[in-house]
Unconditional design. Structure first.
Lengths: 413, 122
């Protein structure tokens, strides 16, 4: 498709090298990797190779890599897997009073969960559901840069806290949370737990982080990490859940014994092969990609600052190098999106009107941004193949669009 | 979410967009939930809407429903204009996606606000 694509936080094109690697696995090596015959074994070898590629990037064991249909499923397996397991522990504890799980205090007899106010719906909605089901969930606040308040998180951890879910990098504003620091905190809290206490785990949704940040799980000290293929120039419909060895969950889906009995279902072999290659390319080209998008981001922000009455919500230095979130006062996000689209430029918006739910972006709202500013926000997310010329073209086109919308709009009282 | 061709036309080429400096009545409504604002200016003679203009801060559907409303109201008597229903605006645009229906509510309400203010000051 022709046009300028600035929406890489939504999805990326499949890298041609990734596509080439995948193609033979649709019709030539089409076997089911669970089959013992050579058709199956050929596919199984490819899956093993991809698992090694992922394990290498995460610095983990291949036994800790679970292929899923994407990050939404990976996040769901992690959270529901812990919920189910904790429910079982508590059920047994109430049957056998000598077990002190959750302590004797009646208030502590349910699992407590901690997450943040800025999670992607793939995590946020799961926790909203858990709340409805009677679980206790704490949503930790973020500062005005969209980074979670560490001290608030620290203070929130209790004896019955079983899972802490903090996204690595935010998809709307690109803010980066201090995952290493949080991992260290949770590790220390785990040390305080005794035999018979509830487990405590740390989970991070790393979807937006994979391209640009350090994903060594030993450094991050996370127990679960979710990632997705289609955000890293791999195919859609494939993702990974990293589960640290020794972590016990009760998986939500039942079926075959695929993926270490965690995720049943015939493996998506072409997807897995593609993800493996995409992960390999991320590692080879990471610094080059970072430098490239960071340069585009720097230039875009310089140019945008020439426009009056704008605010930039993405961090210039400590955030993801590819995301620019900018708001134009008295110009609505979806209208800008549509007009840019007519000019052949694809961006995204967090404004209320595009979501269908009519609620302004929960991320910007959590950052304390006023409604008249969330209303005019758009997200530009660069990818490895964008060019400086495209950035210049965007700037040339956004200016008259903003002027036109401002001419149409009444004054805000 | 798909917009009709007609809606896109009104978004790209809004009718009666602008301000009437010596307006006889001005109506304004804001949608608290999504943040859209619409302002309607009327020039009235013999209880008839001679001229109408709008200013809207909002999404494509908000702009298109505003534009369509002004098309429907122009040349009508105040009583006729008060009968313009949000559904009429939506129908004339060839439908709007369900989550955008409230935009037509905004347009209808802004016009009613203007007419009510005009009658109140007389």
């Amino acid at each position: 498709m022709s046009g300028i694509y600035f929406d890489h936080a939504a999805t990326t094109p499949v890298d041609s090298r990734v596509k080439e690697t995948m193609l033979p696995y649709f019709d030539e090596y089409f076997g089911n990797p669970s089959s013992i015959h050579s058709f199956g074994q050929k596919a199984a070898e490819a899956v093993d190779r991809a698992r090694e590629q992922v394990a290498k990037m995460l610095n983990c064991n291949i036994r800790e890599v679970v292929f899923t249909s994407g990050a939404t499923e990976a996040n769901n397996i992690a959270i529901w897997g812990v919920v189910n397991r904790v429910n079982e522990i508590l059920r047994q504890a109430s049957a056998f009073t000598n077990v002190t799980a959750g302590r004797q205090d009646d208030n502590n007899r349910v699992g407590h969960f901690i997450t943040t106010a800025i999670e992607h719906p793939a995590v946020r909605r799961v926790y909203q559901k858990l709340e409805k089901l009677g679980h206790e969930v704490t949503f930790v606040e973020v500062d005005d840069a969209g980074v979670i308040k560490f001290d608030q998180l620290k203070a929130a951890i209790k004896d019955n806290t079983v899972l802490v879910s903090v996204m690595y990098a935010n998809n709307e504003v690109g803010s980066v949370n201090l995952i290493e620091q949080i991992g260290q905190l949770v590790a220390e809290k785990k040390q305080e737990r005794q035999e018979g206490d509830l487990p405590l785990y740390f989970h991070t949704d790393a979807v937006q982080a994979i391209n640009y940040l350090d994903t060594d799980v030993e450094k991050l000290q996370c127990d679960f990490l979710a990632l997705s293929g289609h955000k890293i120039y791999g195919p859609k419909g494939i993702g990974v859940l990293y589960i640290r060895a020794g972590v016990k969950i009760d998986p939500p889906m039942q079926g075959g014994s695929h993926e270490w009995n965690i995720r049943p279902g015939t493996l998506n072999v072409p997807g897995i092969v593609g993800l493996g290659r995409a992960v390999e390319l991320v590692q080879e080209e990471k610094q080059m990609r970072i430098d490239h998008v960071a340069e585009l981001k720097k230039i875009l922000i310089e140019e945008l600052k020439e426009i009056e009455e704008i605010r930039i919500f993405s961090a210039e230095k400590n955030g993801l190098p590819n995301i620019v979130n900018v708001s134009f006062y008295r110009a609505e996000g979806e209208s800008m999106l549509m007009m840019l689209d007519m000019d052949g430029i694809a961006i995204s918006t967090g404004s209320a009107c595009s979501s269908g739910a009519l609620e302004p972006s929960h991320v910007l709202t959590a950052m304390g941004v006023e409604k008249e500013w969330t209303h005019g926000s758009i997200r530009i997310s660069f990818g490895k193949d964008n060019t400086l010329g495209e950035v210049k073209d965007f700037v040339k086109k956004i200016k008259p669009i903003v002027n036109r919308l401002r001419d149409m709009a009444p004054e805000i009282k | 979410m798909q917009y009709s061709e007609k809606l896109m036309d009104h978004f790209k080429n809004p009718r009666n967009q602008g301000v009437i400096d010596d307006a006889d009545a001005i109506g304004e409504k804001g949608n608290m939930k999504c943040g859209d604002i619409m302002k309607v200016y009327l020039k009235i003679h013999d209880d008839m809407i001679q001229d109408i203009k709008f200013e809207t801060l909002g999404c494509a559907a908000a702009i298109a429903t505003s534009s369509m409303l002004t098309d429907l109201a122009k040349g009508k008597t105040l009583d006729e204009a008060l009968k313009i229903d949000k559904q009429d605006i939506v129908d004339e645009l060839g439908g709007v996606p369900a989550p955008k229906f409230h935009c037509s509510v905004l347009a209808e309400a802004a016009l009613k606000d203007a007419i009510e203010q005009y009658r109140a000051q007389k």
